[in-house]
Design a protein around this ligand. Sequence first.
Ligand code: TXA
Ligand code: MG
Length: 328
Amino acid sequence: MDTKILRGKEAIVKGAQLIKDGDVVVFPTETVYGLGANAFNEDAVKKIYEAKGRPSDNPLIVHVCDKEQIKSLVSQISDQAQKLIDAFMPGPITVIMPKAKNIPSIVTGGLDTVGIRMPVHEVAREFIKECGCPIAAPSANVSTHISPTNAEDVYEDMKGRIKLIIDGGSCSVGIESTIVDTTSNIPTILRPGGITSQMIASVLGCVQSFKGEVVVALAPGMKYRHYAPSSQMVISNENEIILQYEEALKNGLNPIVLAEDRVVEKLGKVAHISLGKSDDEIMQNIFASMRKADRVSNYIICQDFGDEGKRGSVMNRVRKAAGKNGKN
Ligand code: TXA
Ligand code: MG
């Protein structure tokens, strides 16, 4: 299969036609690129799982272009869900609500709830509007790979597996949306992201933040290892990076450091990728940098960014990428 990368109006029109024909298309969002299909077309949604090589019990997020479209997808919008919609949509948030009957169960992995997201990325919203239907989409990586944040990284994973990638540039947020379950007694964050728990608490009063793997039954996706580079990856306190780097060299490895500018400046001559200065920059660059590091090195040492706010959201992804090799 020939995989095309297109931009602009032509890309949107061609992409929407493929969706209407029951096919899958990769499209950009502000978080990461998504691999979309018509959420009401069961056969089309099956193609998503085939292209990703992903087990089909993992629920998908349904993407909408406006708030009106949400009503056709859910059986109820609670006060809390409505508050989140008003405060953060369009934007990098997914709100879990009770699902409408007409959504095929393959979309929700058999759950009676559905995750709804309205991207703020102009190309995403124009594309969904042109399709004329809500779009079910996971991140556009092959299962267990890092989520792609630019068209080239999508191509690396999806070449030959799909017909079209709509190129909308680099994703401005850079990690996947914050997922909030509004169907539990206390709203619960199932996955941290660019909208932090503090931001959510300020709208809802309180929110339960997701810790460990307690919510496995609610979010089957959490069973699978995500965001994994093929190189070994470890997390290091900024003061121990140099030690770990030298140790790795001694062991015949080819290490590379991922760290923010302030830390990189202290390190001297080491192979590294700078993630930037601000929390937003670190979040925006983390996935593409992991992929770059994975291409040139077999041992990635990532700075521990701590647990506060957006840095905590970044660490959630870094820990998953480090898997059992992570110190935390
Ligand atoms: O930013 C994002 O959310 C990106 C872009 C493309 O929108 N999408 C994304 O999708 O990250 P995916 O499939 O890679 O991750 C979706 C996560 C999975 O961990 C899944 O378990 C969870 O959302 N999820 C989806 N529906 C759910 C539901 N009804 N209840 C609980 N968790 C759900
Ligand atoms: Mg994913």
